[in-house]
Design a binder for this molecule. Sequence first.
Ligand SMILES: [Zn+2]
Ligand SMILES: [Zn+2]
Length: 261
Amino acid sequence: MTNILSMHKDYRVLPYILHGLGIRDVKFAGKSAAELRDFYEVYRRFCAVLLLFSLKNWGFAADDAASCYIFSPSLSFSLDDVRLQLKTVKNDSYFAFVLDFEASKKYRIILYPYGSSSESGKKHFPSADEVHCLYPVRSDDNDGIYVGIESLDSFRRLQQAVFRAFVYASDGKLSACPFCHSNMFVSRDGAFFCENCSTVISEKNCFDTHKPYFSSTVRSYSPSAHDRDLTASASILYRFRNITAMTADGSAICPHCGKIH
Ligand SMILES: [Zn+2]
Ligand SMILES: [Zn+2]
């Protein structure tokens, strides 16, 4: 555990929670099968804690705070017009967090913590809008979400998916900015934007598949060289305010065909 974690304003409480869960470091080499099983269990708890933290930090409030503890079979939250049902599904073949967002539309995200038979588990939720595996170490070999104790940005990676679900469940029509809670305005081109923090949410159409999608950006924000270097692996070009993948020059990549429109 680094000192940075205990100093960060958002993370300040987590070191104490993680210490209680027994998480101090992530090392796989030389682990027995039993030790790995123990690690998977601890990692699931870490992901559950971080997921709850991410939702609370995003602004969601539990409808019944008294029953809000990790691995609750089902929890409900709300924020503005968006309701969220969070379920932990655990059986012999897989372990998953199921996030059902609902406002004017429904949007479902499935998260499989590492070691949860995730590859075979994907078939259990064929109608999900997003399916992600959560990995405790950064790797370029997978397309999951890096959620590890050594990265301060882990909860922001989870929030990036929450942001996307928030936009899609709201059908792109957000009355309040999800980042600063100022009013959102509609610009001449139909995009929703926040005058306070310059977040912009636009609906677009894929020219190839003719399917609609949403993209987000930050108006007048120029990514630093450091951010550009990290973009390929970390998708943080706009400090996690982008809900699509981005090119290094800040263009949104269509989620349907992988092109720039
Ligand atoms: Zn804002
Ligand atoms: Zn496209």
